[in-house]
Design a binder for this molecule. Structure first.
Ligand code: PLP
Length: 427
């Protein structure tokens, strides 16, 4: 049964037609195109209801049982449920569900574990690290000192652990940060932990992208290797609302510092509607069906990997062990990442241009594209569809000026969207 959007947005339509138009436009865009941005997904109607719920009215500064405002009977109960579910999902003793997003979670974590001027050893940004890992344009870069590790070989994705150790010994970082937004292999968490122990650093994994894969147990959980903290987003592979979270393996002292850094250190009133939506999504992720979903994400990524490798398209790290792929389309298909993003959009496939490791071009006209399978897998697509989509992507990039070809492929993409509608319920 398809959702009645007219009904859902009835009040907005009557009161604010301009915003109503944008909502319906986005509904249409999301349903009639294939979403391959690896950091995006579709939430269930239950999660959306919680996100648009009465909890948006409530101020709840503080934590359950210790708030600065009255009337917390239901917010306390709800946040406690969210925390319990988060702890179960990640095998954590402590969870802070209040960070507004992944960037906010990282900044709070830095202030919790360090003093200004201290050093973080993180993944080089051009090798897959995130802006919040100390990009020169970010404010946090003015507060803390960021040093880098890289891949040893960009065509296998192997991290240069020897160089990582040398940098750690030289700079004595307070935090060794594992984690990425454009890297497709598993990390050797045990190795990170060994080096961190040698220099007395905290181990933190920013698992923003692979949150759902860790929760489902289809990729490694850094806590199984003794990591101290994980920061994350809830809206990517975990399939929850836009938001952030910090979980702590077992150290109560660290958990207390994290709580203080989030509130009052960084944030004011928590977004209780967002926390309610997180709780709903966590319950969905605790359902056994979520494991099947996450395993299918990996199989679909492997199916796409095969098509690209068979067509001799260079994949960064040589392929993927997770949900995302990074292709050097400029050297392989003679198209820039920006042009690829644009022509694929014309046929209804959304992804993003991306710099490849040691990018020789510019950020706005890079060599690569980044794409991934969480959202298309939510639609119920399997290896057959992943394979065909990858073939279509290559055909489109090879026929970027052929209007007839693109029109034909757009119809095929459209038909796939109709065959695999965005579901409203996951459990
Ligand atoms: N950390 C990593 C590794 C990410 O990939 C992202 C988002 O892409 C973030 C942090 C920031 O998350 P947000 O956009 O929710 O602030």
């Amino acid at each position: 049964m398809s959702h009645d959007y007219e009904k859902e947005y009835e009040a907005i339509k009557a009161q604010d037609p301009e915003i109503y138009e944008t909502l319906i436009g986005e509904e249409e865009r999301e349903r009639t195109g294939i979403e391959l941005i690896p950091s995006e997904n579709y939430v269930s109607m239950a999660t959306r209801e919680a996100m648009g719920s009465v909890f948006t009215n409530k101020y709840s500064e503080g934590y359950p049982g210790r708030r600065y405002y009255g009337g917390q009977e239901f917010t306390d109960a709800m946040e406690r449920i969210a925390i319990d579910r988060a702890k179960q999902l990640f095998k954590a003793d402590y969870a802070n569900v209040q960070p507004l997003g992944g960037a906010a979670a990282n900044v709070a974590m830095y202030f919790a574990l360090m003093s200004p001027g201290d050093t973080v050893l993180g993944m080089d940004l051009s090798h897959g690290g995130h802006l919040t890992h100390g990009h020169p344009t970010t404010e946090i870069n003015q507060v803390f000192n960021f040093v880098r590790y890289k891949m040893k070989d960009v065509d296998t994705g192997e991290i240069d652990y020897e160089a990582l150790r040398e940098v750690a010994l030289e700079h004595k970082p307070k935090i060794i940060l594992a984690g990425f937004s454009a890297y497709s292999r598993e990390l050797d968490y045990a190795k990170f932990k060994e080096i961190a122990d040698e220099v007395g650093a905290y181990t933190v994994a920013d698992v923003a992208h692979i949150t759902g894969l860790i929760a489902a147990g289809v990729v490694k959980n850094p806590f199984d290797f003794g990591f101290d903290v994980m920061t994350m987003t809830t809206h990517k592979s975990l399939r929850g609302p836009r938001g952030g979270m910090i979980v702590v393996r077992e150290d109560e002292g660290i958990a207390k510092k994290i709580n203080k850094a989030v509130f009052p250190g960084m944030q004011g009133g928590p977004h209780m509607h967002q926390i309610a939506a997180k709780a709903v999504a966590f319950k969905e992720a605790l359902d056994p069906s979520f494991k099947d979903y996450a395993a299918q994400i990996l199989r679909n990524a492997k199916a796409m990997e095969k098509v690209f490798l068979d067509a001799n398209v260079r994949l960064m790290a040589g392929g993927t062990d997770n949900h995302l792929l990074l292709a050097d389309v400029h050297s392989s298909l003679d198209i820039t990442g920006a042009d690829a993003e644009r022509v694929l959009d014309e046929v209804g496939i959304t992804l993003n241009k991306n710099m490849i490791a040691d990018e020789p071009r510019t950020a706005m006209e890079p060599s690569g594209i980044r794409f991934g399978t969480p959202a298309m897998t939510t639609r119920g697509m399997k290896e057959e569809q992943a394979t065909r989509l990858a073939e279509i992507m290559i055909e489109v990039m090879q026929s970027k000026d052929d209007a007839d070809k693109k029109a034909e492929l757009q119809k095929e993409v459209q038909a796939m969207c109709e065959q695999f509608p965005v579901p409203e319920k996951f459990v």
